[in-house]
Design a binder for this molecule. Structure first.
Ligand code: FO1
Length: 314
């Protein structure tokens, strides 16, 4: 019983690793990827969509694995030249990566949707599974720090996640429409599974869940919803997840992540290291190795997730 589609919700690095695993164990037409766009921003005159691009580059085999963002075999002439003439260089755009931002910005200005542009680029770069932005409408994550509200990339890149986070907002989410293909996938009677990839719940997954109709569609969908913990032993594999949880008053743990998804998940995959958390989680739980170092790790974790979904569905 493994016909229907799998819809996977993802942010950047960690999520993209599992998305790659899923793409390698599923036929391309059985996987639909939904990318967070809350991190998107306009900078140096171009529109940058970090999570969409990380997913495309990862699945195309073009990702810069050292940096965790951008393209491999990158050169930096544009940034160096920009710096030499006194331009802003805190957000580094590689020469190859820049081409994508320039082309996307040109097409957006012509009135094309972000989803159409994304679809075009993913096909040109040889990525098989469909990849959708969570919405074609603009949603921007902002954070309240002790110095007031700031944009996500200002916090994440310019200030290197140093400020204490007091609150989060997804500006535009009240009026943004979830992509219709995404909502249609969730409503499909033969949907096999929804996977919430191991991305930061606060900034990568919750912008998607905050879109009108998405949480209700997930709670109502025929398929099991399976989340994978991005926290292993109280620590995030990469990025500020644990720090943000602490600053917002919750001890970072696999259990704390599950609690944020309590109303929508049917299954939860957490690391062997977090076995003690398993009992407190109100979903069917599987312990696995969730640290994805090798390609095999990514595929193995994808199989664990699909097996859990199929067991729940059966
Ligand atoms: N992250 C950084 O830490 N420093 C950068 O200079 C940087 C540049 C960059 C350029 C294009 C792109 O798509 C992503 C980029 N990122 C950079 C990552 C980006 O900030 C992501 O939003 C985060 O990694 C969170 O997912």
């Amino acid at each position: 019983m493994n016909a229907g589609q799998v819809a996977a919700l993802s942010g950047g690095v960690g999520g993209a690793k599992l998305a790659l695993g899923l793409s390698r164990v599923l036929p391309a037409d059985e996987l639909l990827l939904i990318a967070n766009t809350g991190d998107d921003f306009e900078h140096l005159g171009v529109t940058i969509c970090p999570d969409i691009d990380t997913l495309i580059y990862t699945l195309a085999g073009l990702a810069n694995l050292e940096l965790g963002w951008g393209r491999q075999d990158e050169t930096w002439s544009f940034m160096e030249t920009l710096g030499a003439i006194g331009g802003e260089t805190w957000f580094r755009l590689g020469d190859r990566d820049l081409a994508l931002h320039v082309e996307r910005t040109r097409r957006l200005a012509l009135g094309e949707s972000l989803s159409a542009i994304t679809d075009h680029v993913r096909a040109r770069l040889g990525v098989g599974p469909r990849l959708l932005p969570m919405s074609d409408d603009r949603v921007r994550t902002r954070l309240r720090t002790d110095d007031g509200w700031i944009d996500f990339q200002d916090y994440f890149v310019r200030q290197q996640c140093r400020p204490m986070v007091r609150d989060l907002a997804f500006v535009g989410v009240e009026t943004a429409r979830a992509h219709p293909t995404f909502l249609a996938a969730l409503a499909a009677p033969d949907l096999r599974a929804v996977v919430i990839c191991p991305s930061n719940p606060l900034i990568s997954v919750e912008p998607i869940l905050a879109l009108k109709d998405v949480r209700a569609a997930l709670a109502a969908c025929a398929a099991p919803v399976i989340a994978v913990s991005p926290i292993i032993g109280g620590r995030a594999v990469k990025g500020p997840t644990a720090k943000m949880f602490t600053e917002l008053g919750t001890e970072p743990s696999a259990r704390a992540v599950a609690e944020r998804y309590a109303d929508i998940i049917d299954g939860y995959v957490l690391d062997f290291e977090d076995a003690a958390d398993a009992r407190a989680i109100d979903a069917r739980v599987v312990l696995a190795r969730t640290l994805m170092i090798s390609l095999e790790d990514r595929e193995d974790l994808a199989r664990v997730v699909l097996r859990l979904a199929d067991e729940i569905r059966a």
